[in-house]
Design a binder for this molecule. Structure first.
Ligand SMILES: Cc1ncc(COP(=O)(O)O)c(C=O)c1O
Length: 333
């Protein structure tokens, strides 16, 4: 099966499995797991932030970040296709008691000129804005990226308005591969960043939330509130350390494979920035997916007439060539 539904479907590599088997562990709720401690220190270093916290999922990392930057009754500005808006079970409302304020975008990428008009100040009627969420790369935007100047400008201007900025960098390392910028440079001006080990980096489980030490101390408490205080989590962190060391350098292959698939489905490959291709079909999406499945190819129907393909290390160039030929045949039949 050529599984292009998501980059979350990857299986741990042999070196990850070896590291997991050999990991030194302890009780991480007591902060006694040396492998988790090493992962958190390494992540903080790579991301250029004072501290980082290992969390079970990206959704939990985002939920905790929003909790850190808000009080109940405030608003969180995000784009209209944001993962925190559509795919995290209303955690902004449920855990933080805040309203998401989506800003219309074409491809998930915000600009300060789009953000500024929706900022609300404290007053008798409006819920005040507390923070801005930037998703980089953008999943439902089709793996799209912010220009670094845009990230910097949004952060600088948001801070001038006393707003914090969180980056949902679930696929940050795809942005790193594409832009050639160091992770720490990309996130230099955001207050917190969440990045996933379990997407293109290929680890089986886990994400990291990084930011100032005082916020990460509070984040640890919120992680426990959400039931995310794991015990001998070094088994998982060990795979994460391998993922950080070995996976970023091969992401160019995933991006090249995504461009190949884009061409096959009639999307200009020049518009593909990372590892996600979204395209529209004329036929019934459920039937389209079923037809692909009968050819041993899996893809996601993501609403309306849209289909999403995501490349990752468990699909080879050869797999993508076969998928491209089947997709092209299907679309042109
Ligand atoms: C942009 C983005 N943020 C957050 C998440 C959540 O990650 P998790 O599935 O680990 O909760 C995802 C998952 O696909 C994502 O694409």
């Amino acid at each position: 099966m050529i599984d292009l539904r998501s980059d979350t479907v990857t299986k741990p590599t042999a070196s990850m499995r070896r590291a997991m088997a050999e990991a030194e562990v302890g009780d991480d709720v007591y902060r006694e797991d040396p492998t988790v401690n090493a992962l958190e220190a390494r992540a903080a270093e790579i991301l250029g932030k004072p501290a980082a916290l290992f969390v079970p999922t990206g959704s939990m990392g985002n939920a905790i970040a929003i909790k850190l930057h808000t009080h109940h009754g405030q608003e969180v500005i995000c784009d209209d296709k944001a993962h925190i808006l559509d795919w995290e079970l209303a955690m902004t409302a449920w855990f933080s008691g805040c309203l998401a304020r989506p800003v219309p975008t074409r491809d998930g990428i915000l600009s300060w000129s789009a953000i500024e008009p929706v900022i609300k100040n404290p007053g008798g009627f409006n819920a005040p804005t507390a923070m801005v969420n930037l998703e980089h790369p953008h999943n439902m935007g089709g793996g799209t990226l912010y220009a670094i100047a845009a990230i910097d400008e949004i952060c600088q201007r948001a801070h001038a308005r006393n707003l914090n900025v969180h980056m949902d960098g679930a696929r940050l390392f795809n942005a790193v591969a594409r832009s050639g910028l160091a992770p720490a440079r990309i996130v230099a001006n955001v207050d917190t960043v969440m990045t996933c080990l379990s997407k293109g980096l290929g680890a089986p489980v886990g994400s990291l939330l990084a930011g100032p030490a005082d916020l990460i101390t509070r984040a640890r408490i919120h992680r426990k509130q959400l039931g995310g205080g794991m015990r001998q989590a070094g088994i998982l962190a060990a795979a994460g350390l391998v993922a950080l060391a070995e996976s970023p350098q091969r992401m160019h292959d995933d991006h090249a494979n995504a461009r190949l698939l884009a061409e096959a489905v009639g999307v200009d490959p020049a518009t593909i920035q990372t590892n996600i291709v979204i395209f529209e079909i004329q036929s019934n999406p459920a039937e389209f997916i079923a037809h692909l499945q009968s050819e041993a190819i899996r893809a996601s129907a993501i609403g309306g007439q849209r289909i999403r393909l995501v490349t990752h290390y468990d699909v080879s160039r050869q797999d993508c060539e076969r998928a491209a030929s089947v997709l092209s045949g299907l679309l042109h039949s």
